[in-house]
Design a protein around this ligand. Structure first.
Ligand code: ADP
Ligand code: MG
Length: 728
């Protein structure tokens, strides 16, 4: 075994699990490091407390003079917990979180020092924005951007730093982060859904979009991971032959969790408790070394922050346990990839889940209204939904025969399909009393039972109804949920707005009763949205054909999928709904397309390096061994050697053949990269990387993986799949 690999494996085998003692109840730990209501009550004046609360609940502005009170209270609370620094914490379009720490410490004119944190510092900061992606919004000479406090997500402490969630915008006001458009989309869906919910209950004054994500990930021993340059640089293995045992025995899913992993999970959950992230479920996933973590759902903005924070914390805690966490959607060939299901619903201030079963005919009609409007929104915007989850890494799932497919469809189960079929046949215009009673008793009235018994599961569907919420399953494990959640909430908001207009028009112009009008509009929506509903196998070829007939998009690659973000239709949608200006839409598109190019570029470079610096030299070394063996045989046996050396000669030739193919592949890939880099149009460059550079990865990998099987295990320098994926 190569020295490097030997060292990595020995280190791994000698690991002792770090046991985490839990002396305190988790409910006691919950939110201890969060400036939540409890902390605020203790550290803020009543006036300041109310200001933050009103900002949170109603979006009211916090008066400037109170900001100083709040910042002082926040600082005192933080210092009482040993904090020395503060940072504005935000989510730039790099996909990671960003922070720049400043000390509370300040010197005074008389040479001593104090801890200070003013309202100004809380409310706004000006980090140098020039090093974050902006899609050309800021020229570097005008590099200023600023971060502004988001009082709807509470400040929290990590280590000795107070983190203040903020939005990040350019000096001229354009959003440079994920949070800004998300907040706008959430406010749009609040407004639109509240107006519709009022048809059913006048007391509804606010609707919140709820989100419960399920984070999948792989855990790899850090010594093994560091011996793989591809994992370290790109988050995935670019080569490696599949292991003889993979997931075919299906013995990992929900299996017993290895001790070392369990200790990691417990340590992580403890950190989550302190940070107020309500994690609840943990289990093994399908692939070896793959796991999942899910919280109790929360209001979407907070849930998105918590997911970003979690990914950060997961990586940090992993270091303590000598693990590396992989969030990449497809770190290993031949075993399942990772996703991040986004469970989504709408909840009213009156405590009603608008996508949950009700107890009265009216509340069930309300359920149907929100249910069908979501389907209609998905039908009309399937391409934009696809674009919202597009990334180089998610292409490995969506376009590549892995759950779910690149075609967006909606799964509702057999029984709800029947309900929609029945509703579709409702008489046009005013309903007869008989029909209405019938409808209420036999269709609408049956909904609670149906939902209780919603055991239908279709794991291939990208967007499925699961009894009391929608589950958007196509989101990538690495993604920031804000991107898909911004789109989903925007399209539903727009749809609900249109619904309200249509219903009101029938009430006013056709003198219809409210529920007649609602039934009439819903009936038309069902007819118009049929093509998006699909109950079958999302992987089948038949579905691809059928989807094409239905004119559903099927964009298998990111450059293709992303285009929907800048179609006339979608630019207007974002503009009309007040989510993003045209400049912002275009800038985001450019950033995402360029990110795609960069990712593939990096992968290409790393693969080229490994193929030429690791694989080929190792193959040559082994080939020399075989050549010497053949020479020896010839020396001893003279003419009779050819028969004896038949196999060896074949190996020698096979190695030469693979080396040649790898070399050609790498050369060609480098050429294609050069050509792509010379294109000055960013879309063309991405397309070239996608169509010309990326396909060569498979060719190069194929031959490298064949060599892995041929070459003496003693010499092979790269930790193999069977070692990476099965260590405890
Ligand atoms: P699964 O079978 O897909 O694992 P679970 O029952 O474990 O489903 O739930 C998955 C996630 O759905 C959890 O994070 C849960 O909090 C979330 N969830 C449940 N109800 C809602 C809701 N009304 N809105 C948003 N998320 C929800
Ligand atoms: Mg799920």
């Amino acid at each position: 075994m190569s020295t490097l690999r030997f060292r990595a494996i020995t280190e791994t085998l000698n690991r002792k699990p770090i046991f985490i003692e839990e002396k305190e109840r988790r409910s006691n730990l919950f939110g201890q490091n969060v400036f939540n209501e409890n902390a605020m009550r203790q550290y803020l004046t009543k006036e300041a407390f109310n200001a933050v609360r009103n900002a949170h609940e109603y979006g009211t502005k916090i008066p400037r003079e109170l900001a100083d009170h709040i910042s002082t209270g926040m600082k005192e609370w933080a210092i009482s917990k040993g904090v020395t620094h503060y940072t504005h914490w935000f989510q730039p379009l790099t996909g990671a979180t960003a922070e720049k720490h400043d000390a509370f410490f300040e010197t005074t004119s008389n040479g001593s020092a104090i801890e200070k944190f003013g309202g100004g510092q809380l409310v706004q900061q000006e980090p140098d924005a020039s090093s974050f992606p902006s899609g050309g919004i800021r020229n570097t000479f005008e590099a200023r951007g600023y971060t502004a406090w988001d009082p709807t997500s509470p400040a929290f402490i990590i280590g000795t730093t107070l983190c203040i969630p903020t939005v990040f915008v350019s000096y001229t006001g354009e959003a440079l982060d994920y949070k800004t458009p998300l907040l706008k989309a959430l406010s749009a869906v609040d407004e639109a859904a509240t107006a519709v919910a009022k048809y059913f209950d006048k007391n509804v004054t606010k609707v919140q979009a709820t989100l419960g994500w399920e984070q999948e990930y792989f855990l790899i021993d850090s010594a093994l991971a560091t011996s793989r340059p591809d994992l370290m640089m790109t988050g995935r293995t670019l080569l490696g032959h599949t292991s003889a045992k993979g997931q075919q025995l299906e013995d990992h899913y929900f299996g017993s969790i290895p001790t070392r992993v369990l200790n990691y999970m417990r340590d992580l959950e403890r950190e989550c408790m302190l940070l107020g992230i309500p994690v609840k479920t943990r289990h093994n996933e399908v692939a070896p070394n793959q796991f999942e973590l899910a919280p109790i759902f929360e209001e979407s903005n907070l849930a998105v922050d918590h997911n970003s924070l979690l990914m950060d914390v997961m990586a940090k805690v992993a270091e303590r346990h000598n693990f590396v966490v992989l969030f990449h959607e497809k770190p290993f060939k031949g075993v399942n990839g990772s996703g991040k299901h986004n469970n989504w619903s709408l909840a009213t201030n009156t405590g009603v889940n608008l996508l949950g079963p009700g107890s009265t005919p009216m509340s069930n009609l309300q359920f149907l209204t929100f249910f069908i409007n979501t389907i209609k929104a998905m039908n009309d915007n399937e391409e934009l939904i696809r674009a919202s989850i597009a990334s180089a890494s998610n292409d490995h799932r969506l376009g590549a025969n892995e759950a779910p497919p690149a075609i967006i469809s909606v799964f509702i189960g057999e029984q709800l399909t029947k309900v929609l079929d029945n509703l579709e046949n409702v008489t046009k215009g005013k309903l007869s009393p008989q029909e209405k009673t019938d409808l209420k008793l036999n269709i609408v009235g049956k909904i609670p039972e149906i939902l209780l018994d919603n055991t239908d599961r279709n794991r291939t569907s990208p967007f499925a109804f699961t009894g009391n919420k929608w589950e958007f399953r196509a989101v990538g494990s690495k993604a920031n949920c804000a991107n898909p959640m911004t789109v989903l909430n925007t399209i539903v908001a727009k749809q609900l707005k249109e619904f309200k207009v249509a219903v009101d028009a029938l009430i006013k112009e056709k003198k219809m009763k409210k529920d007649d009008a609602i039934f009439n509009v819903l009936r038309e929506y069902i007819k118009e949205s049929k093509r998006i509903l699909f109950e079958g196998d999302g992987y089948s070829e038949a579905w691809e054909k059928e989807a094409k007939k239905r004119k559903l998009s099927n964009h298998k690659t990111t450059p293709e999928a992303l285009k929907a973000k800048v179609s006339m239709k979608n630019i207007s949608l974002f503009k009309e709904m007040g989510i993003m200006t045209e400049v912002e839409s275009k800038a985001r598109y450019e950033i995402e397309v360029e990110e795609y190019t960069k990712r593939i570029q990096i992968e290409g470079r790393v693969l080229g390096d490994i193929a030429r610096n690791h694989v080929i030299p190792t193959a040559i070394k082994y080939q020399s061994v075989v050549v010497n063996n053949v020479k020896g045989l010839k020396e001893i046996y003279g003419g009779g050697f050819t028969k004896m050396a038949e196999q060896q000669l074949e190996i020698i030739e096979a190695i030469s053949d693979h080396i040649e193919k790898i070399n050609q592949g790498v050369t060609q890939m480098t050429e294609e990269r050069k050509k792509a880099n010379n294109l000055d149009d960013f879309e063309k460059a991405a397309k070239a990387y996608c169509d010309k550079v990326k396909p060569l990865f498979d060719e190069i990998r194929y031959h490298c993986d064949k060599l892995e099987l041929l070459v003496d295990d003693e010499l092979w320098p790269l930790t193999k799949y069977r070692e990476l994926l099965f260590t405890k």
